[in-house]
Design a protein around this ligand. Structure first.
Ligand SMILES: [Zn+2]
Length: 159
């Protein structure tokens, strides 16, 4: 048997993948079969109640296969999605600590502890080190993170 791609569904008769637009039937086994791979014999078909066709009952119309949506990227450690999430979490932590230890001055500005400010910069740099591979865009750290996570959050607007 040929090697199967986990992201595809294969016809139980011809073992070829179902592609968008193919006519197919669901098999009682839970598999799927091309309409062309079903013979003309009425005995091969069941009615909507999954019972054999009654005399005079027409063979049901096949369904049209629609492409399955791509699965979201998995957030495994070391993957781009995993690294991006790590960097965002590190940034959230650094921001929390920096603001918490910081001091609000009388003019309303906020003074950050030098050490905390450095950690915040390090966290932003981790995001800045992410790939800048969206064609036609020059991306800042947040845009790189959004691009890396696009399968989870969508492409989004300016950020
Ligand atoms: Zn088939």
């Amino acid at each position: 048997m040929a090697e199967h791609d986990d992201d595809r569904t294969y016809c139980i008769a011809c073992d070829k993948p179902l592609v968008a637009g193919d006519l197919y039937y669901s098999d009682l086994s839970g598999g799927f079969i091309h309409a062309d791979c079903c013979g003309p014999e009425r005995e091969s078909y069941t009615g909507p109640d999954e019972e054999p066709l009654k005399p005079g009952e027409p063979i049901p119309e096949p369904n049209i296969w629609v492409e399955e949506p791509p699965r979201p990227a998995k957030a495994t450690p070391g993957s781009l999605v995993g690294r991006t999430l790590e960097a965002l979490l590190a940034l959230a932590y650094a921001a929390d600590v920096a603001l918490d230890d910081g001091e609000e001055l009388e003019d309303g500005s906020h003074k950050l502890d030098k050490d905390n400010s450095n950690k915040l910069c390090d966290a932003v740099e981790k995001l800045a080190a992410l790939p800048d591979d969206r064609p036609g865009y020059t991306m800042g750290p947040a845009a790189k993170a959004r691009w890396a996570l696009r399968s989870l959050v969508g492409k989004g607007g300016a950020s």
